[in-house]
Design a protein around this ligand. Structure first.
Ligand code: GDD
Ligand code: MN
Length: 371
């Protein structure tokens, strides 16, 4: 392989890992072989995997100082690992790829050469270009990604509408051009690339090359429902000009689901147990609040998730926090109606808004201890 540029480019390759002990060595070897004409650094960002990934990488990094490892304890999540890796890179180009064998090192090299040749800020490896080949994604995941692509395209700047794989975990970036945006990426999610495109607001030149997406070598995918949820929140966050905190958006959607739970529970209890409306209401209000609490604990405040006895304590606190505004809501709506406007809809919206803000702020603070 020949260098196509007279400058001696230094390339950093970031490999985020969570339980990839069985996969990592072969990928590192292959990368060294392929990039041998370049000054290479391989940065592995491990989230304290309990399968010995760190110990293995530590050993191979003794043997070859081009390998660096960042071991993160108490911080986790793919997007934040990627951000930390990219920000710690010392190359003038930085590549991101999965460490489980699904991205081929040769495609990463192609993306890098493409970036060099065309002076592109960001070259994305796409699984959805015509000439790409998806071997390692189930029908369901392919369908999900296609839908996510359509939604992403709608929510991002026109300049990025030619992109075919907004969910890709494989790209090469010119660090000079991308660093300031990488710095700003909101890491509460799986979708680093989508966030990077959102915060860069059309300012990057982006091109794609086709990927062959292989099946995983060993182990299992870490993508789960909470990651899909994070992505939906990202979309809403971008669509609302990124003004509201992501957690507040998540909290609001969970609140809406609570309305549904309350309505269904009321009608269920009245029909099945022949309760009167007044008897059914306390049951359905508590059921809805409990359901809100459990979903928020699983999704909105997942990084501070409560378990065991703390889960029960948290529920009691949450019910307490949520019980204040029931009174306040009525008081506020009445005051608004009397003093500001006698429009009933506006008065109720004012009441609900205050309750929402109170519930969000107070439960963030007192139930999940977040600022
Ligand atoms: N440090 C760290 N922390 N690494 C993680 C974490 C984490 O919490 N979660 C996953 N990883 C690493 C894995 O070890 C792997 O190297 C890479 O990130 C991809 O994770 P997978 O769990 O294998 O993802 P996937 O194959 O299901 O998802 C693929 O498609 C997604 C879009 O559909 C990947 O290509 C993703 O990058 C891509 O976003
Ligand atoms: Mn994978």
């Amino acid at each position: 392989m020949k260098k196509i540029d007279s400058n001696n480019h230094r390339v950093s390759i970031v490999l985020p890992t969570y339980k990839e002990r069985e996969n990592i060595s072969s990928i590192v070897q292959e990368l060294f072989e392929l990039f041998k004409s370049y000054e290479l650094e391989i940065l592995i960002v491990d989230d304290d995997s309990n399968d010995g990934t760190f110990e293995l990488v530590k050993k191979i990094s003794f043997e070859d100082s081009r390998i660096r490892i960042i071991r993160r304890v108490g911080r986790s999540g793919l997007a934040s690992a990627i951000k930390e890796g990219l920000l710690s890179a010392t190359g003038d180009y930085v590549a991101l790829m999965d460490a489980d064998g699904q991205h081929r090192p040769v495609d990463v090299l192609n993306a890098f050469l493409h970036a060099l040749r065309n002076k592109t800020d960001l070259v994305v490896g796409s699984r959805f270009l015509k000439s790409a080949d998806i071997k390692g994604l189930s029908q369901r995941r392919t369908g999900g990604s296609s839908l996510a692509n359509v939604l992403s395209r709608c929510s991002l700047r026109k300049k990025y509408s030619h992109i075919t794989d907004y969910m890709s975990g494989c790209f090469v970036a010119n660090l000079d051009a991308c660093l300031a945006f990488i710095y700003k990426v909101d890491v509460n999610g799986f979708k680093f690339l989508y966030e990077l495109l959102a915060v860069s607001r059309g300012k990057l030149s982006v091109e794609e090359i086709p990927l062959t997406f292989e099946p995983r070598l060993h182990g299992e995918s870490k993508l789960d429902l909470s990651i899909v949820w994070d992505f939906l929140i990202s979309l809403l966050h971008t669509a609302t000009c990124r003004i509201l905190p992501r957690r507040a958006i998540s909290f609001a959607i969970v609140g809406l689901s609570g309305v549904l739970v309350q309505l269904l529970t009321t009608s269920f209890v009245m029909n099945i147990f022949a309760f009167t409306f007044k008897e059914a209401l306390p049951i359905s209000v508590i059921t809805a609040a409990t359901s809100n609490y459990l979903i928020n604990n699983k999704l909105t405040f997942r990084s501070k998730r409560l378990t065991g006895v703390l889960l029960i304590k948290g529920l009691l606190k949450f019910l307490l926090v949520a019980s204040f505004p029931v009174v306040a809501n009525i008081g506020l709506a009445t005051a608004f109606y009397n003093m500001v406007s006698d429009n009933e809809l506006l008065a109720q919206i004012a009441g609900i808004s205050i309750v929402f803000i109170w519930n969000y702020v107070a439960s963030s603070r007192f139930v999940w201890n977040t600022p």
